[in-house]
Design a protein around this ligand. Structure first.
Ligand code: 13P
Ligand code: SF4
Length: 341
């Protein structure tokens, strides 16, 4: 059970965050202002038997003030599936909240973020997938978890950044249609080339607007400034970035890698919420680079979390129609089956 937090305790958790936009920098004064709101949310959560799941990219006061679980999209979907709480408040983006509802349909799933899209999820519709299936009738359709429930319902298996290489490799068909992230698809193609795996991979033309902006020259520049730096990148970045990186993984895999690494200086090519988490949790290590924010993830606020817990609008409540529910759930469960192998 979460006890009341004091402004001093909150500041202690947040004071090491440095590579961040102003909204993610904390003073003692700012902590004093937001602590009552944090305590009110935690009280209400208890009363309503609710949990708050938060992606690592959301603002630090949510992660360290009110979240019951923080993680990458795979870990959070597992938490949503397993919870016995009546209500799940999903501080992230809509496709993650949709996934929670698909996995645990009897729960009330609330999404506090007002701008809860995702440039990948919004790049493709169910009708687009139907058209691609007509063109590629013999391909296995693999969707990244960053897709709507309606798109998942049209696909065969879902993947996340933590299992994409393994699952695409294990699918028995050598003809794959991957959607919607073209950079992730190209990274899988490159990886398979290196491993001598022969599959024909077609793909959709979507990108993550945050990760597509990183380029390999940024890495070259930082390696000159910090020769000892360890570079980590997310599989939504382009192949040149991945080739120049020391480690590639999902957001949680990157966190675990940094925590276990003997190195002391790191450059993370991903949304800066991840660097913020590491600065807060591993204060002895140094992080270099700049901050790039996902406007969708950062649209989650404490005020909106309190509002949806008290009185959600219809648009804050996730609802999925029955036929989509059944088919999309199967696509996600297929991912769990592959992951368990
Ligand atoms: P992760 O599953 O690695 O957290 O990725 C989700 C995402 O949206 C990255 O941009
Ligand atoms: Fe979507 Fe990119 Fe934001 Fe992740 S960082 S939620 S892929 S827009």
């Amino acid at each position: 059970m979460m006890s009341k937090i004091t402004p001093e305790e909150l500041f202690e958790k947040l004071k090491n965050i440095k590579i961040a936009a102003n909204i993610c920098l904390f003073t003692q004064e700012k902590c004093r202002k937001i602590t009552p709101l944090i305590n009110e949310i935690n009280e209400l959560k208890k009363k309503k038997n609710a949990i708050i799941l938060a992606h690592s990219y959301v603002s630090p006061e949510i992660i360290y003030g009110v979240a019951d679980a923080v993680g990458d999209s795979y870990e959070l979907s597992k938490k949503a599936q397993e919870t016995t709480a009546d209500t799940i408040v999903f501080a992230a983006v809509r496709f993650m909240a949709d996934t929670a509802k698909l996995l645990n349909p009897s729960k009330t799933v609330l999404i506090p973020g007002k701008n809860n899209g995702c440039s990948l999820a919004d790049s493709i519709t169910a009708a687009d997938v139907q058209a691609a299936k007509l063109k590629y009738p013999n391909h296995t359709f693999v969707c990244y978890i960053n897709t709507s429930a309606a798109v998942k319902a049209e696909c065969d298996v879902c993947v996340t950044s933590s299992n994409v290489y393994k699952i695409v490799e294990e699918i028995p068909n050598d003809k794959i249609y991957f959607l919607p992230d073209k950079l992730m698809a190209q990274n899988v193609i490159e990886d398979f080339k290196r491993k001598g795996i022969n599959k024909e991979i077609q793909y959709w033309d979507g990108t993550c607007y945050v990760h597509e902006d990183y380029d390999a020259e940024m890495i070259d520049f930082l390696r000159v400034q910090y020769p000892e730096v360890e570079v980590l990148s997310h599989p939504e970045c382009n192949s040149q970035v991945l080739n120049q990186s020391d480690y590639v993984g999902s957001t949680s895999q990157m966190i675990n890698h940094v925590k276990a690494s003997p190195k002391s200086t790191f450059f993370l090519l991903t949304e800066c919420g991840l660097t913020n988490r590491l600065q807060a949790e591993v204060p002895g290590k140094t992080f270099v680079g700049t901050c790039t924010m996902c406007k969708y993830m950062k649209s989650n606020t404490l005020e909106d979390i309190l509002r949806v817990l008290k009185e959600p609008d219809a648009s804050d409540i996730i609802s999925i129609d029955e036929s989509t529910q059944k088919k999309a759930l199967n696509t996600i469960l297929e991912m769990f089956r592959y992951s368990a192998r």
